[in-house]
Design a protein around this ligand. Sequence first.
Ligand code: F6P
Length: 357
Amino acid sequence: KKRVGILTSGGDCPGLNATLRGVAKALYQRMGDQVEIIGIANGYHGLIHGDWRVMEPREFSGILTVGGTILGTRRTPFKLMRVVGEDQVDKVAAMKQHYQEMKLDCLLCLGGNGTHKTANLLAEEGLNIIGLPKTIDNDIYGTDVTFGFHSAVDIATEAIDRVHTTAGSHSRCMVVELMGNKAGWLTLYAGIAGGADIILIPELPYTIENVCAAIERRAAQGKTFSILAVAEGAMDACEARMKKKERAAKRAEAGYTTATNRIAKQIEELTGFETRVCVPGHMQRGGTPSPYDRVLATQFGSYAAKMVEDENYGITIAMKNNHVGENKLKDVAGKSRLVPESHGMLEVARRMGISMG
Ligand code: F6P
């Protein structure tokens, strides 16, 4: 019997369960009772501490539409993997030991950039690893899309749609803060889908003068409200030149923790428009996956099952030009995918007259 370990690690997102189901159903379909799936609880934390169990096939039924992850997840920062903490646990040695104890033939790791770094470390340590790219941030190198992203775009778009009417009624500016970590994909897509007037992403530092000029141009056309889609990682041009710590210190000194609060205050001061901040936050990560993500999860999951059968390890699944394929883990680990300046979607935004700050 082939023993296949599986874990979900890092921040959750819609589509994790759909991917687990995709892997499991395709494995059972291809290998019948010649395969056993071992579920590891709470990501690498469970692998470090030996928290695992043999899954029943029925546990993968009925979860296609369910948000979150039936395995649980946790952030276990890569930088701590080689650090022996107060508990004196050598994490890498413990993960290898539990992999052996579970008698795994391979381990599937569903996660984002951090997860992929650890997955690669385990592959370098001689374990048979397959990664699956999950994140609402869409920032994994080598794949055009990650599962979770489009569900988050749907939720973020709905948030923008909803603030539109209240912004219009009150003649206000609404600043919608969207997730995405250091990448602007989610804000760019949701901003376009929601008809935002101004989109600010980390890759393109803004100036508040440009932002206010865009609001005033609209006002001159008789438009008494403006919608700003602002990535949580957005920075103004001065901040972009600072190191992360310096930037945080400067914001704290000025009494702001986030870019959006600062932007809202500045808009009020410079344009006179009453301004509010709206933060959909973790709603962007919750709930049922969109049909797009259900399909993607099933494509990725079933492809991973094929890779297990073929014993093709040391890889992560990817979408490249509408084809599902794979990349070597070592080529992906430690990298990320930001919105390139030449990206077609930025061009679309500019053609539509959307200000990018
Ligand atoms: O990586 C996904 C993500 O949702 C980012 O967009 C966000 O910056 C971060 O996770 C939030 O993390 P946490 O849930 O740990 O606060």
